[in-house]
Design a protein around this ligand. Structure first.
Ligand code: BDR
Ligand code: CA
Length: 311
């Protein structure tokens, strides 16, 4: 049973990742959720995270508000993908549970200090601002991290916010640079893998067929989320980026990748936020991350749908 902190900017796909974690108490001990600015500004991501907990009936989960802007840059958001609220699609009620008191960064630091070294995994699903701020402020926590399993970056699939960069890394490349250079063990779910888990019509129908509040909400979220990819690219369905992180925690055997060196571009305007992964080992730069390249998509959806049926 892995102890985790989910750091997130919900986002429909973040929401599904959180629901999957909440549905998996035998595998995942969710210590808390930290919200960060990303898909939409912080007040909305902090609100959406609580709405998702309440959808699952879990008002006991501590949700902390974190950084409201990247380390040095102006926030870039993604309403064009996620809608004005960040969680467009289902009509969810406003949350009644309060925010947990204190700052997300303090929660991350305190939690890593309070647990035995190597027992807490960080799961960033948005820009890496909270994590980098925690690492910078409290370097002693870095060797205590069991693993960072994050959604971000791209290699063969290159960019979704610029031709070269994936959104989460692009929004705060300086934060990503700090995290990738930290020395903590990292597993990366890049677009290369998340673009293989598409919510096709039959997969969406399977969520709806659960006949539960959660199943219906997930179907409505992915319906909304997919219109962007369908209209723009004629693709088969929405890529379920962030749930790859949760699925990996439960069933790492569904994924395969390579342990490689990954560096973040922070200088060039043209390729800002690019994850330069040495996939072919053409440099002698030491590997610092496992870059996932492939997934058993049917296995992933079978797992996700079965887990959602538990809520
Ligand atoms: C990532 O960006 C966000 O829009 C999604 O929630 C996901 O975390 C995909 O590039
Ligand atoms: Ca996200």
């Amino acid at each position: 049973r892995r102890k985790i902190i989910i750091d997130t900017d919900p986002g429909q796909d973040d929401a599904v990742a959180i629901l999957m974690a909440l549905a998996s108490p035998d595998d995942i001990d969710l210590l808390g959720i930290t919200a960060v600015a990303g898909n939409v500004p912080l007040p909305l991501t902090a609100k959406n995270a609580r709405m998702v907990c309440e959808l699952a009936g879990r008002t006991d989960i501590a949700v902390f508000a974190g950084c409201d802007a990247p380390l040095t840059r102006k926030l870039v958001t993604a309403e064009h993908v996620h809608g004005k609220t960040g969680l467009d699609g289902p009509a969810l009620p406003d949350p009644v549970m309060p925010m947990a008191p204190g700052h997300a960064v303090d929660f991350i630091i305190d939690t890593l200090r309070a647990h035995d070294p190597g027992t807490v995994t960080l799961c960033p699903l948005g820009p890496l601002t909270n994590i980098a701020t925690a690492f910078r402020r409290a370097p002693d926590i870095v060797p205590r991290v069991q693993e960072i399993v994050l959604m971000g970056g791209a290699y063969f699939e290159v960019g979704n916010i610029t031709p070269a960069a994936e959104f989460n890394i692009y929004v705060d490349p300086e934060a990503a640079d700090i995290v990738f250079k930290s020395g903590a063990p990292i597993v990366v779910m890049p677009l290369d893998v998340t673009h293989k888990v598409l919510v096709t019509r039959p997969r969406n129908d399977a969520f709806r067929a659960l006949g539960t509040k959660v199943g219906t909400a997930v179907a409505e979220m992915t319906d909304f989320f997919e219109r962007f990819d369908r209209e723009k690219y004629g693709s088969d369905g929405a890529p379920l980026h962030d749930p790859c992180v949760t699925a990996y925690l439960i069933r790492p055997d569904l994924f395969s990748g390579r342990h490689v060196n990954v560096e973040i571009e922070t200088g060039s305007d043209l390729t800002l936020g690019m994850t330069v992964a040495d996939w072919w080992g053409v440099t002698d730069r030491p590997p610092n991350a496992t870059f996932i390249g492939d997934v058993d998509a049917d296995g992933f959806f079978a797992l996700l749908t079965e887990r959602l049926s538990r809520l």
